[in-house]
Design a protein around this ligand. Structure first.
Ligand SMILES: Nc1ncnc2c1ncn2[C@@H]1O[C@H](COP(=O)(O)OP(=O)(O)OP(=O)(O)O)[C@@H](O)[C@H]1O
Length: 539
């Protein structure tokens, strides 16, 4: 019972109080049954007032305890999800890029949305199931006290019903797994339609084809879901019918065989009737346990994957780099390989050696697929080289210093992401931020106000200028830009090469640009060229 262990180990609820309230609520219900029975039995006697008062007290006690249990379990579910969510996000932030690419975005989205939602809805059901089990024990004792025959009958029925339920559940596990896989595929297709909306709108045949595929997967998911729901529905009706047969046995058949049962037949039947609800709740909580356990297992699995990703990248205590301004960044025989599905090397980069100096602008050029982006990821510190090392002022950057190294590098990727707020730069005076926006010729379009840009709804070229503004504001000693000018108009492209880059060079920064703009190669102090994973100095 992983789920129970997790609830118990992770909970912030006062466990003793919770269990006490659980018992109090069960005792309250049992008392209600007993008092109803007593009142029915003593209908003509005096003393009904006392019974009514006791009944009322039991109802009040039950209400208070039950409310506590339900509200506390709902709150606990949300607290648990919050902890898991923040834990996963923290690990995502610390994980290394390669491991993150291996895990993929889909399981992370699924954990943060679907699995979290499953835990949120199922946890209270499980708690109620546990509570109803306690209640069943109490009412069973009461039934045994009334009549051992009734107790035995209901007991045999209850055990058979639950066993039947669990068997069904096992049978359905495989279909449930298949349904989840189908739903996963469906979400992936939905994502494709929403992300590729423009492409689909422009091409009717492509749009029709993807919709046909969605319809096919959707139908498979519907048939599976239907199958599962129909099985549950059949079982639900069968259980109800069996229960009515049980009541019939208790009222019409058993009294004919035992004399002692005659006196308590009504009370025992009322007791048994009170067990329908708890048995139903218990039955409902069993698939909930299953769902929650699966959701939890997926979240745990993801957390473990992320922990390994973090451990891979931070396998020593984080160390800071020397704080002085660095004069050289050296790549010493860097190597990296990609493997295909059969474990064969599909692309080998390196060994690559190069030197970049403070107060110099370096261009890296090369054809498509020559390895520029792979090298770029290693230089930015996002991916660790498989061979060789990066060095600052001749001292190799240790794995434990990588996090600090990344802090020294300002980057604009070719497929950059633009945050609407200046996270981590909140301390900068707005005047400084707005002056960089002016430098980027953006001040007519966007301003920095109240801790955020007034808009990021800009043209592609303007958005990229904003991304560069953010990198400049970070004021790091090293700046790396991947095909930054590719979508700039000729006028600003010129400003970039002939004004902005020289200005950054004059500030003593190490500036490295991947570029294809051969018109401006004269601006660079050094030019490296890449061909098929190897890099040579051109200038
Ligand atoms: N995730 C990956 N898995 C396997 N192979 C990859 C992966 N990413 C890149 N490659 C391979 O590595 C080689 C170099 O890719 P890279 O993206 O570094 O080239 P690039 O020079 O940046 O190209 P471009 O100018 O087109 O962006 C390519 O041949 C590519 O097939």
């Amino acid at each position: 019972m992983e789920i129970l262990r997790m609830i118990l180990s992770d909970t912030r609820t006062d466990r003793r109080k919770f269990v006490l309230m659980l018992m109090v609520s069960a005792i309250g219900t049992t008392l209600i049954v007993a008092l109803v029975n007593r009142a029915v039995h003593a209908a003509e006697d005096s003393g009904q007032f006392g019974l009514a008062m006791a009944f009322l007290t039991s109802v009040v006690v039950f209400t208070i305890a039950q409310r506590y249990v339900m509200m506390e379990s709902a709150e606990e579910a949300e607290r648990m999800i919050e902890r898991l969510r923040i834990g996963i996000m923290n690990k995502v932030r610390m994980a290394d890029l390669k491991a993150m690419q291996g895990i993929g975005r889909a399981p992370i989205y699924a954990a943060l949305t679907r699995e979290a939602q499953t835990i949120s809805t199922t946890l209270p059901v499980i708690i109620i199931g546990a509570q109803q089990s306690v209640l069943l024990i109490f009412v069973s004792f009461y039934l045994a006290y009334l009549s051992l025959v009734a107790f035995a009958l209901v007991g045999v029925f209850g055990v058979c019903a639950i066993w039947f339920h669990i068997t069904r559940l096992r049978m359905l596990q495989e279909s449930t797994g298949r349904l989840n896989a189908e739903q996963g595929k469906l979400f992936e297709e939905f994502r494709g339609v929403l992300s590729g909306f423009r492409e689909l709108t422009l091409n009717e045949r492509r749009g029709d084809s993807i919709l046909r595929r969605i319809a096919l997967i959707s139908e498979e998911a519907r048939v599976l879901a239907n199958e599962i729901k129909a099985t549950w529905a059949r079982e639900y009706v069968l259980t109800q019918t069996l229960f009515y047969i049980l009541l019939g046995l208790m009222v019409f058949i058993v009294p004919n065989f035992t004399e002692s049962y005659h006196d308590v037949v009504v009370q025992a039947t009322i007791g048994a009737l009170f067990m329908i609800g708890p048995l139903g709740a218990l039955a409902q909580s069993i698939p909930a346990v299953n769902d929650a356990a699966r959701a939890l297992q997926n979240m745990r699995h993801l957390e473990e994957g992320l922990t390994a990703a973090v451990a891979d990248s931070v396998d020593e205590e984080a160390e800071r780099l020397d704080r002085r301004a660095h004069q050289t960044l050296t790549l010493d025989a860097l190597e990296y390989q990609f493997e295909d599905g059969n474990g064969q090397t599909s692309f080998a980069l390196g060994p690559i050696s190069a030197e970049f100096k403070a107060g110099e602008v370096t261009f890296i050029t090369g054809g498509n697929g020559s390895g520029k982006s792979t090298l770029f990821r290693m230089m930015t510190g996002l991916v660790h080289p498989m061979g060789g090392h990066v060095a600052l002022d001749g001292t190799p950057v240790r794995l434990s210093q990588y996090s600090d190294y990344r802090d020294q590098v300002g980057v604009v990727f070719a497929d950059y992401y633009l945050f609407g707020e200046l996270h981590g730069l909140e301390h900068l005076p707005p005047a400084r931020i707005n002056s960089v926006l002016r430098l980027m010729e953006l001040s007519e379009k966007v301003r920095y106000e109240n801790g955020a840009f007034t808009t990021t709804d800009l043209s592609a070229g303007q958005r990229k200028r904003l991304a560069l503004a953010v990198a400049i504001l970070q004021d790091t000693p090293i700046l790396m830009l991947d095909e930054w000018a590719a979508d700039q108009d000729p006028q600003f492209r010129r400003t970039f090469y002939e004004a902005l880059l020289p200005d950054l060079r004059d500030q003593g920064k190490i500036v490295i640009c991947i570029t294809h703009d051969d018109r401006y190669f004269g601006v660079a102090d050094r030019v490296y060229h890449m061909v098929d994973g190897k890099m040579s100095r051109e200038r």
